[in-house]
Design a binder for this molecule. Structure first.
Ligand code: NAD
Ligand code: ZN
Length: 379
């Protein structure tokens, strides 16, 4: 046990005081973990577009002041009552959606939507006592998706923590705690393209390129990347994307462009943009009779998906997924092993790196559409 176990820890955190305003590095108090909770020392974190949406809070309901961040890697500092699977010193990845291992979802082979710990973007408190563990001079600071990794220390429910191989480099596997596993799993676990098939990927950010990586691993022969930002295309070649479509270059819907390129439609599509029009196009561009489209992007809260029912009757399937259908505690350790066995490359996703005090630079890069993942070093 660390000497701070059971005591409040004072440390630095990047606090989002108001929507869209730069984060402020503050000294905060982090309370000890309560029943079924663990306190983690975060060593690396990275920025995912979902953090930016809830920071902008233009379209989503939000809670402020808040500590954002959910893609990270760290070490268990101390554990609360009832925690038996983790001990201080374990290397872990926190995950925004949990696995209690007891509910109907956790017991189902098909679902990772745990009833107790599934993603909840509006909750800013711990489920045990409905209180936050963060404060500044006693005033509450709220949590984000149960992880709040933009802090040197955070408190997380034990069900939202995957224990991983202690030999895995935390500055690399950090990106598996959200974006890369999400994209990879969306293809491998949900779209399931067969060898030689065609796959369209909408959105070539880190999540989309991880989905492309999944298509490459599955042996797809055509991987069509769709993005409004043509600057993404050069980078995407490293991820096995074979063709590119910028919807802005055409005066007809992109689903028609793709249908013409592929003799009626792609076998599979994976949407990783969060844009409702891209979601509809991703569905309508799959081949009738067998095509499957998978939605991954987090939509605007008022978005409605509209398509003619005939598109479905014609035997197209629409699916969606959180975290690539991986169960965080049961499945994530084996995704880390894929990296350890060199089946999966993570280095190419990490295009930038900043020290924690410069965390706002990571936001600027994402808003400009530059790079894929920006690693934020806590020390
Ligand atoms: P990113 O911003 O790095 O990449 C998104 C890409 O989509 C950009 O390149 C952008 O130019 C492109 N794009 C936007 N609108 C488009 C359109 N209409 N047509 C084509 N391309 C378009 O973001 P990211 O971190 O890779 O995340 C991608 C999405 O996945 C986000 O919506 C994020 O919230 C979501 N996400 C979902 C899960 C999940 O579990 N379902 C997990 C992580 C992230
Ligand atoms: Zn559960």
């Amino acid at each position: 046990m660390s000497t701070a176990a059971g005591k409040v820890i004072k440390c630095k955190a990047a606090v989002a005081w108001e929507p869209g305003k730069p984060l402020v590095i503050e000294e905060i108090e982090v309370a000890p973990p309560q029943k079924m909770e663990v306190r983690l020392k975060i060593l690396f974190t990275s920025l995912c577009h979902t953090d930016v949406y809830f920071w902008e809070a233009k379209a989503q309901n939000s809670v402020f002041p808040r500590i954002l961040g959910h893609e990270a890697a760290g070490i268990v500092e101390s554990i609360g009552e009832g925690v038996t699977e983790l001990v201080p010193g374990d290397h872990v990845l926190p995950v925004f959606t949990g696995e209690c291992k007891e509910c109907a979802h956790c017991k189902s082979e098909e679902s990772n939507m745990c009833s107790l710990l599934r993603i909840n973007t509006e909750r800013g408190v711990m489920i045990h006592d409905e209180k936050p563990r963060f404060s500044i001079n006693g005033k509450p600071i709220y949590h984000f998706v149960g992880t709040s990794t933009f802090s040197e220390y955070t408190v997380v429910h034990v069900g939202c923590v995957a224990k991983i191989n202690p030999l895995a480099p935390l500055d690399k596997v950090c990106v598996l705690s959200c974006g890369i596993s999400t994209g990879l799993g969306a293809t491998l676990n949900v779209a399931k393209p067969t060898k030689g098939s065609s796959v369209a990927i909408f959105g070539l950010g880190a999540v989309g390129l991880a989905a492309a990586e999944g298509a490459r691993l599955a042996g797809a022969s055509r991987i069509i990347g769709v993005d409004l930002n043509s600057a993404r295309f050069e980078e995407a070649k490293k991820f096995g994307v074979t063709e590119f479509v910028n919807p802005k270059d055409y005066d007809k819907p992109v689903q028609e462009v793709i249908a013409e390129m592929t003799d009626g439609g792609v076998d599979r599509s994976v949407e990783c943009t969060g844009n409702i029009n891209a979601m509809i196009s991703a569905f309508e561009c799959v081949h009738d009779g067998w095509g499957v489209a998978v939605l991954v992007g987090v939509p605007h809260k008022d978005s409605l998906f509209k398509t003619h029912p005939m598109n479905v009757l014609n035997e197209r399937t629409l699916k969606g997924t959180f975290f690539g259908n991986y169960k965080p505690r049961s499945d994530l350790p084996s995704v880390v092993e894929m990296y350890m066995k060199k089946e999966l490359e993570l280095e190419k996703f990490i295009t930038h790196e900043v020290p924690f005090v410069e965390i706002n630079k990571a936001f600027e890069l994402m808003l400009k559409g530059e790079g894929l993942r920006c690693l934020i070093r806590m020390e």
